[in-house]
Design a protein around this ligand. Structure first.
Ligand SMILES: [Zn+2]
Length: 413
């Protein structure tokens, strides 16, 4: 009976996700024929229609992906975990080692099982709309490198976690949480110097107008960067971006080469000013504090669920800490969907704040607005998303809302 309940819960969450995707497709399709009035001069009808087709194609794939991952999760619950647990238990005597093996083996198998989905996204949808630049060879290398890195990093963590559960009394989850926070901090600090270079090449921003503008802006904002870099984002995709990364000594600003190709120096400056707005408002620290709060709740839940015989009995799984952790994590998966609108709302607030900061720092909103329109058009983002879908899935405010805010900011004295 509890298995049926859990299955129903996971299926219901999948159904909500599919319903949102369907709403998004319907909303966008019905507005495909006309560019919204606010964008009439800036976006052509062909670009608008392409964005609509791209959005619909992405949602089609999202629906298939949701069904696929539901099927995979249920397969794990109904027989995968038990079978793998038996197999590993046969030659790994230590429960901690066997548990680590179970979770790592699941990571590899899940990674392999998801390959068709990744292929369909990269060489199907992205390629069809002209965004994909990755070769099959680079795709395979990325997959192998990503998986190796994942296993290398998670093996000691999972081993440590399972050891803690065995060695500590009821409060193991509090220690695990503290360890998780330290690990996240270290990872963020070493990411730009150790991890990002595994996947991309970084060159210092070349001398020229963009660089002098950027340096002038940083000086005005009172920001000291550890370096300005250009990343070869173009080897994978033509989507453009810019970001801040690292902590303390590893702090740096990274521009995608695809961004610099497309934006004028004025527009690049405006995009950077927006990023500086995030820095000025301590958005990284805010999101870290949020992460600490959310992860505390997750670890508390693990503390409640693991070590309860009824919890794995419920599903008919072996009594093993690793199996209990896996099931506990599967149970909270759908909870993320419930909180998505709140998380996105907080993120939208941060975006509005960064936009106003950029407007104040660069003395206007027109360059930021034109940069945002260009980036949105070139990445075929729809200008007419379903409002409910956006609440659940957009980390950034939809462009029409964002530009409306920018216009009010510009009109204010
Ligand atoms: Zn932002």
């Amino acid at each position: 009976m509890p298995v049926a309940l859990l299955t129903l819960f996971l299926a219901a969450a999948t159904a909500v996700g599919i319903w949102l995707s369907w709403r998004q497709s319907r909303h966008v399709r019905s507005r495909r024929g006309a560019v919204p009035a606010d964008f009439a001069g800036a976006v052509g009808l062909a670009d608008h229609a392409k964005a609509a087709d791209y959005t619909v194609a992405k949602q089609k794939l999202a629906i298939l992906t949701a069904l696929w991952s539901l099927a995979v999760t249920l397969a794990w619950l109904f027989f995968g975990i038990t079978a793998l647990h038996r197999l590993l238990g046969a030659f790994l005597v230590s429960p901690v080692l066997a548990g680590t093996g179970l979770i790592l083996a699941m990571t590899v198998i899940s990674g392999v099982v998801d390959i068709p989905v990744d292929l369909a996204k990269t060489f199907g949808v992205e390629a069809k709309f002209g965004f994909n630049r990755i070769s099959p060879r680079l795709f395979a290398m990325d997959w192998a490198k990503g998986m190796a890195l994942n296993l290398l990093v998670s093996a000691p963590l999972i081993f440590g976690l399972l050891w803690l559960i065995g060695a500590m009394s009821g409060l193991w989850w509090l220690w695990a949480w503290a360890g998780f926070l330290v690990f996240t901090g270290v990872l963020m600090a070493v990411y730009p110097i150790w991890i990002a270079p595994i996947f991309n090449k970084f060159k210092p921003l070349p001398e020229g107008e963009v660089k002098s503008r950027v340096e002038g802006l940083l000086a005005r904002a009172g920001y000291r960067a550890g370096g300005l870099f250009v990343m070869d984002g173009s080897k994978r995709s033509s989507h453009g971006n810019a970001y801040f990364t690292g902590f303390g000594r590893t702090k740096r600003i990274v521009f995608f080469d695809t961004l610099l190709e497309r934006l004028s120096p004025d527009e690049t400056e405006a995009v950077l000013a927006h990023e500086l707005g995030h820095f000025r408002h301590h958005d990284t620290i805010r999101s870290l504090v949020r992460l600490a709060g959310v992860s505390l709740v997750v670890f508390f839940w693990l503390g409640v669920a693991v070590k309860q015989p009824w919890f794995t009995d419920w599903i008919g799984l072996p009594h093993a800490d690793a199996a209990a952790i896996i099931v506990a994590m599967i149970c909270i998966g759908p909870v993320g969907l419930i909180f998505a609108p709140l998380t996105n709302w907080l993120s939208w607030q941060a975006e509005w704040r960064a936009d106003s900061y950029a407007a104040a720092l660069t003395g206007g909103t027109s360059h930021l607005a034109s940069a945002l329109i260009k980036l949105s058009r070139d990445s075929a983002s729809t200008l007419t998303p379903d409002p409910l879908f956006a609440r659940f899935h957009y980390s950034h405010p939809p462009l029409p809302l964002r530009l409306a805010r920018l216009r009010t900011a510009a009109a204010a004295p």
